[in-house]
Design a protein around this ligand. Structure first.
Ligand code: SAH
Length: 363
């Protein structure tokens, strides 16, 4: 038996090949594409203008069009989180962050994460597997469809949920092309941001092949601190990362976003801010300071609001656009670094998985 076709993860050209390969006319592919990516159909029965035999063939050969919604939570601040069950039982999370003029969807690229950054809750659960392009696209289709019913919009997409998108480049790239397709969801390249801990050999492709906004999770501009906070730094160090960004094919008028989570006593001194500013010299940059979002069992603590403001001030003085990201959805564990693929109220999988790594962060 051939495996079910993950039809939502096909580009328009691939979908056309599939459909015409079945002997259907190309306009059938256009109809199907529009059902999937414009009308946001969740099942085959809705596709009323497709001929019955064609629909029957789709139903028999294709995978379901949506993951299962295992839980949906809404935060006091309007942030929403879906816990989604995939066909093989893995669970991932997708977060919607409404703002005045826009709505941002934070999507996952992997089930779990292999990077093991000690301050991030997702990393504590380990890595399960890469998501397929269909599983990435379906997070957007699902959220758009659900939110549309309540007249809420998804204008922006950030690849900032669970996982390291550049360790799943092929599926992420295909998904991004599908999201950007003018005849589909039509989310423009400047409305999509890919966040990476710094997989240096892949950065150039993000600029050249995808052209979306790039965010780098720096968190420290000093080698020994970054080695600890972002273990990937032992593979791709600060020097390599900076060289790649100096050569990065940035579109005109755009900047690289730098993410920096402020951890009390770890990376929040004025010295750290100076090292950070010096590190960015020559790279068109904007800075997102992220107040640390604590999670059960972490030994890290957030920097105080005064320290955060002082850190921001120091970067302003060095000439950098620096914003403090407001933490959204913390009451439903939907904030940065809190995603863990768990049902509300569920207990941690094992006590061991909650312990900070190697005593580094023990107070
Ligand atoms: N792997 C990618 C994308 C996922 S993380 C990356 O590293 O960029 C998204 C952002 O949330 C990263 O900047 C990450 O470092 C940050 N983050 C992780 N845990 C956090 C926490 N507990 N509080 C605040 N930000 C956190």
């Amino acid at each position: 038996m051939t495996p079910p076709i993950p039809v939502t993860g096909l580009t328009r050209a691939e979908l056309t090949d599939l459909v015409t390969g079945w002997g259907e006319k190309p306009f059938r592919a256009r109809q199907l594409w529009s059902w999937l990516h414009v009308k946001l159909a969740r099942d085959w029965a809705a596709m009323s203008d497709l001929a019955r035999p064609f629909r029957a063939r789709l139903m028999a050969s294709c995978a379901p069009l949506r993951p299962a919604i295992r839980a949906h939570q809404v935060s006091a601040d309007g942030t929403e989180k879906w816990l989604l069950g995939l066909a093989d039982g893995q669970v991932i999370e997708t977060v919607y962050i409404p703002e005045d003029a826009r709505g941002t969807l934070c999507v996952s690229s992997q089930a779990g994460c292999s990077l093991n950054c000690p301050f991030c809750h997702t990393g504590r659960q380990g890595f399960a597997r890469n998501l397929t392009s269909a599983e990435i696209v379906e997070q957007v289709l699902l959220a758009r469809g659900e939110l549309l019913l309540r007249a809420r919009r998804v204008t922006n997409v950030v690849l900032m949920g669970m996982g390291e998108p550049l360790y799943n480049y092929d599926a992420v790239a295909r998904a991004v092309h599908i999201l950007m397709d003018d005849a589909g969801l039509a989310i423009g390249s400047r409305k999509i941001t890919l966040s990476t801990a710094g997989v240096v050999p892949r950065l150039d492709a993000v600029g050249r092949e995808l052209g979306v906004n790039l965010a780098i999770s720096l968190h420290a501009a000093r080698e020994e601190v970054r080695n600890r906070l972002v273990p990937l730094n032992r593979k791709y160090g600060l020097g390599d990362l900076r060289a790649a960004l100096l050569n990065y094919p940035l579109k005109s008028g755009r900047r690289v976003t730098w993410e920096y989570v402020l951890l009390d006593g770890v990376n929040d001194r004025l010295d750290d801010a100076r090292a950070f500013g010096a590190y960015l010299q020559g790279i068109p940059s904007k800075i997102n300071l992220i107040p640390f979002n604590p999670w059960p069992g972490t030994a890290f603590r957030p920097s105080s609001p005064e320290v955060i403001l002082r850190f921001q001030e120091a970067l302003h003085r060095q000439g950098f656009v620096t914003v403090i990201r407001d933490s959204r959805g913390a009451d439903i564990a939907a904030a940065c670094g809190q995603l863990k693929g768990q049902l509300p109220g569920a207990r941690p999988r094992s006590a061991g998985a909650e312990a900070p790594a190697s005593g580094d962060s023990t107070p």
